[in-house]
Design a protein around this ligand. Structure first.
Ligand SMILES: CC(=O)N[C@@H](C)C(=O)N[C@@H](C)C(=O)O
Length: 834
């Protein structure tokens, strides 16, 4: 992979830079038998926690002693020989953290011999050399289940699933659908696996549809009940484009790429923005696995982007229906990634197909196939799930996000009682099962905050679903009675860990639990007492080969601890809602032992969104930073998910002030508690977290020894004209009013207002050395935002380093980019603060 690395050296202290490149430091370390006395104690600290300031003194002395010969060693651009040492030692450690695998999903199958359950775990691990995530499956047989023990018998080795986009077991568990999207123009492959081999394989050419969606959002793949048909969501086929030959425009269009012709671009088609660049509109298809015939579902038309399709239960002699989510797509498509505020509704459509050649209905939706809108009364409906007996259709809503314009907000859960005759009806009553919580009582249920629901979330009673939902800075497993609306926290209520449900095994739960200092552990939840009012769950530890970590990582983690702090709101005013006046939280990770009463340097970590949350789950990158000898303060400022709707809605209109002050108050809180040294604080965050980082170094210029910003929002007046979510700039700057005044052409007054809310307003005060990590293909906060700010810092002589990842988007999640980001961050912070 190629990368662009721009190191802006400072123009005010050139001597310092030159001293830094002193040529002898490396050789001295290599040839001397004992380290110089002032380095020795530092060198024996783990992972080169030798402060750079000392190294600099040392190297400058050597430079003066040298007889003026300044032969620069051959070190890579952007490094000097001091930080090269640091690079080497930190990269070794980071590699050990990077290798830890992640459990992504699990499926259970009743064993045909009736002696337990088979469980398949989907696990992934970065492959740094290939710069991809390696995905594999590991199976386990679950037996001897009781309330105090369970046995998992693991297959000896996992099996790699290369090139697999989607895996979906059939309802009976006797078949497995494996979909392989191709990366070029070749067909998409559908494989139907039986217990021992591939039973069928179909190739669907690009003329029928493009890649099958496997994005976790539009994605939906559903088997019908007799396991003959599979409904799914795929990119509609590429329309024909004008063709030219050496004689000019060719009237008869062909699909083939023949040699003597070329295709024009045709009209630009809007996509769904960040992470969807170049992706074609999602459309519904059904494959018949007996005949291999693929049919586009008729009647939907191009005015809806569709996703999350499921088969509706069918009554005897009734038609078969599909239920899906539709997002209006005949007007401007604003970015959808992380944006639950896009209106959407549930629809039902009869699964009838033209019997002729498969084709997508496109604009010519068949007149006689009607689409039934099921959720007209509510501005948002998604994640449809039918109960096993087909009586209830349950779905999630983000109506508070849609109605307020905040990109993510508190969810509500709803139910439709599905007609017994199987015929969907427009006027079906929608019941609110779990309402939005405005202001939770202390330590009580804060409302639902979900980014996924299992495809089969039901307990055997047919009316209880199991979910995991953010709860303050943690995530908890909940059971929800969809008839009474009763919500129970069933993961341990005294746990500060994150609990995430992976799959159900009958009435038991396979879950994963982790903390910032504990790698994920598989847990088995057993329902001990069934009485719905006070059902009790017992959580058993499961010995498992995944994930594994090295002895070094294990020992480093065992020396760390974490707490969730409650930070009181400073300056509570009468204008604040009750929910916005309550304490917010920060996760504090530190060493278990304090050396000579000295505080470790502190890294302040800020999530983006702003309506997102940092959870107390295990994070390899944060564990790495913590293991370098830092305390971490991860602030869930007001506006974060998981604390009730009033606290969340207190932020829009006050970004750059309320959130900045919350972070400053959290820092003062740990300083006052004696947990941090005010002279050793650095700050980092991405996106809106980068907005906070750059605001903080401008508004509190003496507070931070160094900063690192990933794809930061630095100038809203520049972002509004270039991002895929200009409406976000309006809502976060103006508050909910921004939703109605949003226009594609920001007025001069609006631009001035955006500027006044932006970190760039404070740039003249900045003194903090700042590292920028930028994705060149970011559509959310385009590169120009970070580059403009970094150039402006450079112009005024501040210390700046910029790394641009040419192939990365907003998340910088490709394995090499993620690795390089955290390595540079570790080295940068060590250089300025240790
Ligand atoms: C809604 C959204 O994408 N906002 C961005 C400015 C942002 O902060 N994104 C978050 C989710 C991130 O961490 O990238």
């Amino acid at each position: 992979m190629t990368k662009t690395l721009i190191h802006f050296t400072t123009k005010t202290i050139p001597l310092f830079q030159w001293q830094w490149h002193a040529p002898f430091f490396n050789s001295l370390l290599r040839f001397s038998h004992c380290p110089p006395p002032f380095l020795s104690s530092q060198l024996f600290r783990p992972f080169s926690s030798r402060p750079f300031s000392q190294s600099k003194r040392f190297s400058s002395r050597l430079t003066m002693d040298s007889s003026g010969v300044s032969s620069f060693p051959k070190i890579p651009v952007g490094l000097d020989n001091v930080c090269e040492e640091e690079y080497a030692s930190q990269s070794k450690l980071l590699q050990e953290f990077t290798e830890i695998s992640t459990i992504d999903k699990a499926w259970t199958f009743t064993s045909s011999s009736g002696d337990g359950t088979q469980c398949m775990f989907s696990v992934s691990q970065p492959n740094l050399l290939a710069n991809v995530r390696r995905r594999y499956m590991l199976s386990s047989h679950i037996s001897n289940k009781s309330s105090d023990s369970v046995s998992f018998h693991w297959a000896p080795f996992p099996v790699e699933m290369s090139g697999v986009s989607t895996i979906v077991p059939s309802p009976s568990g006797s078949k497995l659908l494996v979909i392989r999207n191709s990366e070029n123009d070749s067909p998409t492959r559908f494989e139907i696996w039986g217990p021992s081999q591939v039973e069928k394989e179909f190739q669907v050419p690009r003329s029928i549809h493009g890649s099958v969606y496997s994005d976790g959002w539009f994605e939906g793949t559903s088997w019908n009940f007799d396991e003959t048909l599979i409904a799914y969501v795929a990119e509609e086929p590429v329309p024909s484009k004008p063709t030219f030959t050496c004689f000019g425009y060719k009237k008869e269009q062909t699909a083939d790429k023949d040699m003597g012709s070329w295709k024009a671009q045709g009209d630009w088609e809007e996509d769904w923005g960040e992470t969807y660049a170049g992706k074609r509109q999602p459309a519904l298809f059904v494959i018949n696995i007996i005949s291999g015939e693929v049919q586009a579902v008729e009647g939907v038309g191009k005015s809806l982007s569709v996703g999350q399709v499921v088969w509706a239960p069918s009554a005897e002699n009734s038609n078969q229906y599909l239920v899906f989510v539709g997002w209006p797509s005949d007007s401007r498509k604003l970015g959808i990634k992380y944006c639950y505020n896009r209106p959407c509704a549930l629809y039902a459509v009869e699964a009838s197909f033209s019997k002729s050649e498969a084709s997508h209905s496109g604009d010519n939706a068949s007149e006689d196939v009607s689409v039934v809108a099921l959720t007209q009364c509510i501005s948002s409906a998604f994640f449809p799930r039918f109960s096993p007996d087909g009586k209830y259709l349950v779905f999630l809503s983000a109506r508070t996000a849609v109605d307020s314009g905040a990109h993510w907000a508190t969810n509500s859960l709803h139910r439709i009682d599905w007609p017994a005759d199987g015929e969907p009806c427009q006027s079906a009553k929608t019941v609110e099962v779990v309402p939005v919580v405005m202001c939770p009582e202390d330590d009580c249920f804060p409302g639902l905050y979900l980014s996924k629901i299992l495809s089969k979330p039901w307990l055997s009673d047919g009316f209880t679903i199991i979910l995991s939902s953010m709860w303050g800075s943690t995530e908890a497993i909940l059971s929800v009675n969809v008839l009474s609306g009763e919500v129970s926290r069933i993961s341990p209520s005294n746990s500060n860990f994150v609990w995430d449900v992976l799959a159900l095994d009958g009435d038991s739960i396979i879950a994963v639990s982790s903390s910032p200092v504990d790698i994920p552990q598989i847990k088995y939840g057993v329902l001990v007492r069934k009485a719905s009012k006070d059902a009790t769950w017992s959580w058993l530890d499961v010995a498992s080969p995944i994930p594994r970590c090295s002895e070094k990582v294990r020992s480093l983690l065992s020396s760390r601890q974490f707490n969730i702090l409650k930070i009181p709101v400073r300056d509570v005013s009468e204008n604040l809602t009750q929910g916005a006046s309550k304490p917010y939280e920060a996760i504090f990770i530190s060493s278990k032992s304090k050396r000579n009463d000295v505080c470790d340097p502190l890294i302040v970590i800020l999530h983006g969104g702003p309506h997102s949350v940092s959870l107390s789950s295990f994070s390899k990158s944060l564990a790495f930073l913590s293991s370098l000898g830092y305390s971490l303060l991860i602030v869930n400022y007001r506006g974060s998910l998981g604390f009730g709707e009033e606290a969340l809605q207190s932020l829009p209109g006050k970004v750059g002030s309320q959130d900045v002050n919350d972070v400053l108050a959290a820092i003062d809180y740990v300083i006052d508690m004696g947990l941090a040294d005010p002279s050793k604080i650095v700050v980092t965050g991405g996106s809106h977290g980068g907005f906070l980082t750059t605001h903080l170094i401008g508004q509190a210029p003496d507070k931070f020894a160094a900063a690192c910003a990933r794809n930061p929002v630095c100038n809203l007046s520049l972002m509004v004209g270039t991002t895929d979510i200009p409406d976000w700039c309006y809502v976060e700057s103006f508050g909910t009013k921004g939703k109605s005044i949003f226009t594609e052409v920001a007025s001069p007054e609006h631009l001035t207002f955006f500027y006044s809310k932006s970190p760039i307003l404070h740039i003249s005060k900045v003194k903090t050395p700042t590292l920028f990590l930028l994705g060149a293909k970011d559509l959310r906060v385009p590169l120009s935002n970070g580059i403009q700010y970094a150039r402006a810092l450079k112009e005024k002589g501040s210390e700046v380093k910029v790394i641009v990842f040419p192939e990365d988007i907003h998340g910088l999640e490709r394995p090499q980019s993620d690795f390089e980001s955290y390595l540079n961050m570790g080295v940068w912070f060590k250089k300025y603060c240790s």
